[in-house]
Structure formats: structure tokens, C-alpha cells
Design a protein around this ligand. Structure first.
Ligand SMILES: Cc1cc2nc3c(=O)[nH]c(=O)nc-3n(C[C@H](O)[C@H](O)[C@H](O)COP(=O)(O)O)c2cc1C
Length: 173
């Protein structure tokens, strides 16, 4: 089964988690930015995992992305806005029948997240969730990830792969 792990990542934490999840799923999985995850890549995937950071207690909005570009504040580097927001990627997602999962990267105490919005977008397009959404924790506003989070991401990816095998779709392998 082919799988894609699609990410929006402004400072690289979510991208790193996405790559670890893809490693955990196995050799048929690829981590792709929202720019790389084309309709063709989506069409051949039996599992779509999607993730984004939590910014201002939510999935980053276009306004927040533009504000971060205009006012980088204490950021160690400008935000990477070279790929579209997860919001716009989800809005353009073609309908399909594969399985889905969602994750977010965030600080530990945030009262709200982004993965719930992502999984709802995937469900709306016909991709049924396999398992619960997952949260990966960073130590400061811009990262780095807590120790052990990449290993946890690999293990979660491996678990998703097993879960999809137990709940196959009609899509050819
Ligand atoms: C301006 C800004 C706002 C943030 N807001 C939140 C938030 O509301 N909740 C949260 O859990 N984390 C928040 N974070 C932390 C990010 O979610 C975290 O650093 C994330 O891993 C960034 O992912 P990225 O490196 O892939 O862009 C914020 C970070 C920044 C820079």
C-alpha cells in the first residue's frame, strides 16, 4: 500500500515528524510538503497522513501566515511559506476512498490544536480515519522537538501501517 505523509511546516519541526512517520510506515511511504502532494500523488495513496503546526491555537490561517512573514518577531529564521497552507491543501483535496490520519506539532500546554481540523477535512473528502489524532511536542515556540518525539513518530507510523492492513479499503494494493 502506498502512503503519503503531507505536511505544512514553517520552521521544520512538522516536516521532521512527517519524515519519521513515513519511515515508520515503511518503504512505500513518502513525506511530501503541501506543494509536493499533488492530486496524482493523492490518487495513488491508500493512506494519507497529514500534519501541521498549531499556531495561535489553530491550524495556521492565511492571515497568520502573512502576519508571520511581515513580523518575524524573535524567529530564528523566516517562516517557510514556500508551500501552501494545510487549510488550502485540504480545501483542494480531491475526493477519494483511502484511509487517513492526522497529527500536529505544538507546545505541551496549548488548550486547542490543529489536528482535529485536519482530520475533519480528510473525512469530508472521503478518507476515513484510522486511529486517533496524534500530538508531537516541541520545547519552545519554534522548537526543537522534545527528545524521543521522532522515535514516537516512527512508532506511530508503524502502528498506522498495521491498522490499515487490518482495515483495508477496496483500493488495489
Ligand atoms: C507565532 C507562534 C504561535 C504559536 N502558537 C502556538 C499555539 O497556539 N499552540 C501551540 O501548541 N503551539 C504554538 N506554537 C508552537 C508551534 O506549534 C511549534 O513550534 C510547531 O512545532 C512549529 O512547527 P513547524 O516548525 O513545523 O512550523 C506557536 C509558535 C509560534 C512561532
Amino acid at each position: 500500500m502506498k502512503a503519503i505523509v503531507v505536511y505544512e511546516s514553517l520552521w521544520g519541526n512538522t516536516a521532521a515528524v512527517a519524515k519519521a512517520i513515513a519511515e515508520g510506515i515503511g518503504p512505500d511511504a513518502r513525506a511530501l510538503s503541501t506543494a509536493e502532494a499533488s492530486p496524482a500523488a493523492v490518487a495513488e495513496a491508500g493512506l494519507i497522513v497529514a500534519g501541521a503546526p498549531v499556531i495561535a491555537f489553530s491550524l495556521p490561517s492565511e492571515k497568520v501566515r502573512q502576519d508571520l512573514r511581515a513580523n518575524p518577531g524573535k524567529a530564528p529564521a523566516p517562516p517557510d511559506l514556500s508551500h501552501p497552507s494545510m487549510r488550502s491543501w485540504l480545501a483542494g483535496l480531491p475526493r477519494g476512498s483511502g484511509r487517513s490520519a492526522a497529527f500536529e506539532t505544538r507546545i505541551w500546554w496549548s488548550p486547542r490544536g490543529s489536528a482535529g481540523q485536519i482530520i475533519r477535512g480528510l473525512k469530508r473528502a472521503g478518507y476515513l480515519p484510522v486511529g486517533k489524532v496524534q500530538r508531537f511536542i516541541v520545547k519552545g515556540a519554534y522548537g526543537p522537538l522534545r527528545e524521543g518525539e521522532l522515535e514516537r513518530a516512527r512508532l506511530w507510523g508503524a502502528g498506522l501501517s498495521q491498522a490499515v492492513k487490518r482495515q483495508p479499503t477496496s483500493r488495489p494494493e
